[in-house]
Design a protein around this ligand. Structure first.
Ligand SMILES: *Cc1c(COP(=O)(O)O)cnc(C)c1O
Length: 374
């Protein structure tokens, strides 16, 4: 029996994909990002559900992810978005993936492979991550024109801060203007990319002008919002979308113990019992991806009640106080993320305690923990 496990709701994933379909016009391809172990939801488990739900593309960061998908028999188009070393470009061909290209040497090396490769040029528009500088774009265009095996499948860029809502709007406009210039340059060259794409979840939800004919949705497909701000703006502006979180995380009570007033709980003796009480030991810790930053601040659900974390989260265990939780017993199911009874612990609640974002919290859930599709 598992010490702790994730449940991934097929229905929620399916509903989220449908919500994006309803939000987009028909001719827009829906690509879903499954990098970061599908945002912690489990690459293989989740990718299959997305494929069954009819997504048009899967986006990964690296070759090993593409290889796992192909090994499992997934034949959907795959876009590799991250760094691929030059000596491994043959694997892009072997695995029949599209590749995001942002360096000229890589494009030239692909040109020498003499096998058809789908490339997506990535334009630098202000994020200053991967991207081709506008003044270098003509060189890329020339190479594509010269190499018959290179197929310009897409032209793309990536936004910096649509998540910030109004505060990010000006910068998104600035980036979009630059992107449009790049598109013009490609159009004038006579090349015809099949897809133009720049929208992540936040832009897909809030800025229809970023959809073109392809969007790259990540966090939203899992039922999580890129930020509170995006949800708030979507609700206000009539672009409301119903997203259902697909992931829940559970464990069980491994031990219950009565502790006396003044007892010190856990490493570093950071919590002192103000009264006599009852402590439950849970078999989950920071090794599993349950952040140590939740020490003395996070809560879990047991018997539908909130039980506060007492003391430090350990590597493989943590302690919560269940004084006053009626009927609590050893082996009781405990919710770390998700619903129990009338209450819910959200990823965002935990992320806020840790001063981070929901993206980081879910992607850090240890890969070896069982993901159960339900
Ligand atoms: C991860 C990623 C996305 C998806 O972003 P979300 O904010 O999760 O929707 C889109 N494009 C690129 C290039 C990415 O790396």
């Amino acid at each position: 029996m598992a010490l702790n496990w994730l449940t991934i709701s097929r229905q929620a994933l399916g509903q989220n994909i449908q919500a994006f379909r309803d939000h987009l016009s028909h001719q827009v391809a829906l690509a879903v990002a499954v990098k970061g172990n599908a945002y912690g939801h489990g690459l293989m488990e989740t990718a299959r559900v997305f494929v069954e739900a009819g997504v048009d593309y899967l986006c990964v960061n690296a070759i090993y992810e593409a290889r796992s998908l192909r090994k499992a028999g997934i034949t959907s188009p795959i876009l590799v978005m991250g760094y691929v070393p030059e000596e491994r470009l043959n694997e892009i061909v072997e695995l029949e993936c599209d590749l995001v290209v942002y360096r000229l040497e890589i494009l030239e090396a692909l040109g020498r492979l003499k096998k058809v490769v789908n490339v997506h040029l990535k334009i630098e528009t202000g994020n200053h991550r991967q991207g081709i500088l506008m003044e270098d774009l003509p060189d890329f265009i020339e190479v594509i024109k010269a190499c018959k095996n290179l197929k310009l499948r897409g032209i793309s860029t990536h936004f910096s801060n649509v998540e910030e809502g109004e505060a990010g709007q000006n910068y998104a406009d600035f980036q979009l203007k630059k992107f449009k210039k790049a598109i013009q340059m490609v159009d004038r060259s006579g090349l015809k990319p099949d897809f133009k794409h720049c929208a992540n979840t936040a832009a897909t939800v809030l800025i229809p002008g970023t959809h073109y004919n392809f969007v790259r949705v990540g966090i939203g497909a899992y039922g999580l919002w890129p930020s509170d701000k995006v949800k708030e703006l979507a609700d206000k502006s009539g672009k409301r979308m119903d997203l259902s979180p697909a992931l829940s995380w559970r464990t069980r009570v491994a031990q219950l113990k009565v502790v006396e007033k003044g007892a010190l709980i856990g490493y570093d003796c950071t919590y002192k019992m103000p009264t006599d009480g009852l402590i439950a030991v849970l078999p989950v810790g920071y090794y599993d991806g349950f952040p140590r930053a939740l020490s003395n601040v996070g809560e879990v659900l047991i018997r539908g009640k909130r039980a506060p974390i007492r003391g430090r989260v350990c590597m493989n265990m943590l302690m919560v106080e269940v004084t006053g939780v009626r009927g609590v017993t050893v082996e009781d199911e405990v919710v770390l993320i998700g619903r129990q009874g009338k209450d819910e612990i959200t990823v965002e609640e935990l992320a806020a305690h840790c001063n981070t974002i929901n993206y980081e919290l879910v992607t850090r859930i240890n890969e070896r923990i069982e993901r159960r599709l339900a």
